[in-house]
Design a binder for this molecule. Structure first.
Ligand SMILES: [Zn+2]
Length: 163
């Protein structure tokens, strides 16, 4: 299904999950092991959790990329490769500092952020962060051991750039 055709986040059961993952998301769907969790997610079309909110943000971002999952995941892989040097700081740093993940993590607590069926372009400004910026952000972030600081750290580095 094209991203623009998705208006609620649904969950499906999967047995193909590494033990370290409780859920994975792929093309606007959540895959998890727990039946209870699946039922809870599917019980309403509303965006009523940060998990659904996070995934819906990715759906709207994919709408902004020619309404194409292929474009979205291609961009994701390329950005991940560019972030690979950050792996020396923390194994999760290359993932967490992807432009699309920065937008998703900063805004996932606002359950209304991706509510409207409209493309989201917020991730574009985070493409301006250099590897040096991201290195500094990652060092601070994992020192603090909290994702709550992500927003303030990213904004500090963006402040001097022309948007
Ligand atoms: Zn994400």
């Amino acid at each position: 299904m094209k991203p623009s055709g998705i208006n609620s986040i649904k969950a499906k059961k999967t047995i193909f999950l590494l033990p370290s993952f409780s859920a994975i998301m792929w093309c606007g769907k959540i895959y998890c092991r727990s039946i209870n969790r699946i039922e809870k997610i599917n019980s309403t079309d509303e965006i009523d959790s940060t998990l659904k909110s996070h995934e819906m943000i990715h759906v709207r971002q994919a709408q902004a990329m020619n309404d194409s999952w292929l474009r979205f995941y291609w961009n994701y892989i390329i950005s991940y490769i560019k972030n690979l040097p950050l792996i020396t700081i923390n194994s999760k740093a290359p993932y967490l500092l992807l432009p699309v993940e920065i937008e998703a993590y900063i805004n996932e607590n606002n359950l209304k952020y991706a509510e409207k069926n409209q493309p989201l372009y917020g991730w574009k400004k985070y493409k301006q962060l250099t590897l040096k910026d991201k290195r500094e952000i990652a060092s601070e972030l994992f020192k603090a051991n909290t994702r709550k600081k992500l927003s303030s750290l990213v904004n500090k580095h963006l402040k001097d750039k022309k948007l």
